[in-house]
Design a protein. Sequence first.
Length: 299
Amino acid sequence: MANVPLVSLKAGAKLPKIGYGNGTALFKSDSTTLVEGALKAGFTLIDTAEMYENSGYVGEALKSSKHETQVIAKIGTLSKIKQVAVEERKLLGKDRLNVLLLHLPPRGLDGLPSNVEAWKQMQELKDEGVADIIGVSNWLKSDIEDVIKTNPKHPIQINQIEHHPLLAGSQKQQKLLAYQREQGIASTIYGALTPITEKPEESKNLLSVLEAIAKQESGWSPATVLFKWASQTTKHGNSADEEGIIITTGKKTERYPGYLSLFNSRPLTDEEVKKVSDAGSQAGVHKVRMLKYFDGRDE
């Protein structure tokens, strides 16, 4: 069994520092075999979403797990929050959803509920025993502020966000991360490898920096540095168990052991973090996903 560090949330719950995701490469596909492989390798945190259209396959795979496995589920149909939550719980074969997130900020647009109204429904789902940990995904600082201002009974515990060095120069991203740390809101991170997988041309200097750091440690790669950077730059507290949670995916099962042992080696130094951030900032701001929501508000 892999020795994956745990991240402590504000309310006391703990989640593994790395999880296996069902988006991107597994989007709208039968992911049963790959998720079973991830579970066999030692992953105990699985990330899925209504929007990925593969929750039923994840549920089938979970039946094979020999270890306690936690699941992050996300609601995409924001006009039917409570209905979808119950449906996802059934598809996943869970009595209670470990983590339930709103996949997008509704903002009261196009007949959808306001952020505050949507969060009220999420709190009801927690009170009704449908979910243990509730949070959001792809929300900006101003979206979160909408809810914080109401002093909710159950605060937002998690925001799942795209995060990589190509966003190091984004004022919106920095304001969001600073606010989340102030409020104790943990980050789960997707897209950490974007400079390698989707923006290599824009990231040539950054990739050189990643390679130089990786060469200093046996078994490290540029991906190792990106994952560590993403986790260390999304702290919601001051201790090592209050860093960001990485969500990764892929079909190459031989890489799973390396992912699971990622945080068993040393963290990046402050100087290394700065070098990566500076190189990312110099490459410009390159957000790849959810641009509509990223650009929809000032912060």
